[in-house]
Design a protein around this ligand. Structure first.
Ligand SMILES: NC(=O)c1ccc[n+]([C@@H]2O[C@H](COP(=O)([O-])OP(=O)(O)OC[C@H]3O[C@@H](n4cnc5c(N)ncnc54)[C@H](OP(=O)(O)O)[C@@H]3O)[C@@H](O)[C@H]2O)c1
Length: 276
């Protein structure tokens, strides 16, 4: 398990342990990992493949976190150590990209997918859309006065619960029949940012509203908050394209796990304490 301490990976570890699998979890900082005692936690950094290699010994299946520019050597070491299967956390941005017009995020996910395809391992791509957990960035504003100030209130997405991504990934790591699949995962409904904020308010137990900022004001704010200008522009471009366009909703979570994807209301209930 790489990315084992992340929003998704932490739940994958839990699912694998619950299924009785032996789990080795890689992290740059084992002392801070806070993973279950049943997991074997090892130190390693994907940007320094030689630190990852020892962790690949006796591994049958690898969950690969997409760290830019790192996949090739890690996958070659995995092949040498006899790893059979890799499940890559990728992004639906790859699915919807236009060749020749890729932003930096699409480009690095594509590059890692290509490395996985040529690795000689049995592979499956997990391509989630927008994570519901992204809205934790609104928590300070919601705690302060219940007003989320941001761009494009009417931008639509189908936010997915990190547990659903993890349930799918754990299933793919443990069962046959998914080799070569590229699974686009979404939450169960398309919601505007304004509606997402309102639903979080319902879970928290007080009104929350989304106050739209002009894109140039939102950009200035992001740059003040240390977001690199290039990333701010990418995010704004991306959200502008989502205004008034219902997000695609896939049934893949249910097809793979047998249970429908969790709603944003369920996600907000799970995270209500983070917004109080
Ligand atoms: N947010 C979205 O809407 C969205 C949508 C589609 C796809 N995605 C994909 O999902 C990813 C985020 O997943 P997440 O939220 O589960 O992750 P996260 O909470 O941001 O955690 C990052 C994980 O990656 C590990 N990691 C990062 N760099 C590493 C390195 N150099 N060596 C070893 N481990 C490293 C971290 O481990 P340690 O810190 O313990 O070392 C941690 O477990 C994005 O990067 C993107 O690829 C996100």
């Amino acid at each position: 398990m790489t990315g084992a301490t992340g929003n998704v990976g932490r739940h994958v570890v839990g699912q694998l342990l619950a299924a009785g699998a032996a789990v080795r979890a890689l992290t740059r900082d084992p002392a801070a990992a806070r993973l279950p005692a049943e997991a074997e936690v090892v130190g390693g950094d994907l940007t320094r493949p030689e630190t990852v290699e020892p962790a690949l010994k006796d591994v049958s299946a690898l969950f690969l976190f997409p760290s830019p520019g790192t996949a090739g050597p890690v996958l070659r070491a995995a092949k040498e150590h006899g790893v059979r299967r890799v499940v890559l956390l990728s992004s639906s941005a790859v699915e919807y990209s236009t060749e020749g017009a890729d932003n930096a995020i699409v480009a690095y996910h594509k590059e890692i997918e290509r490395e996985v395809e040529k690795s000689g391992l049995e592979w499956t791509f997990v391509r989630p859309g927008a994570f519901a957990v992204n809205s934790l960035q609104w928590a300070p504003q919601i705690r302060a006065d219940g007003v989320v100030r941001g761009p494009y209130a009417e931008a639509e997405m189908a936010p997915i619960h990190e547990r659903d991504i993890a349930d799918v990934a754990a299933r793919l790591l443990l069962t046959d029949g998914h080799a070569g699949a590229k699974y686009v995962l979404t939450g169960p409904e398309s919601l505007t940012q304004a509606e997402q904020a309102r639903r979080i308010g319902e879970a928290v137990g007080r009104p929350v509203r989304y106050e739209e900022l002009a894109p140039e004001v939102a950009r200035e704010q992001m740059i003040r908050d240390q977001v690199p200008a290039e990333f701010a522009d990418m995010l704004l471009d991306f959200q502008a394209g989502l205004v008034g366009v219902p997000a695609d909703v896939t049934a893949t979570v249910e097809e793979v796990t047998g249970r429908p994807a969790r709603t944003l209301d369920e996600w907000a209930a799970d995270h209500a304490a983070d917004f109080r």
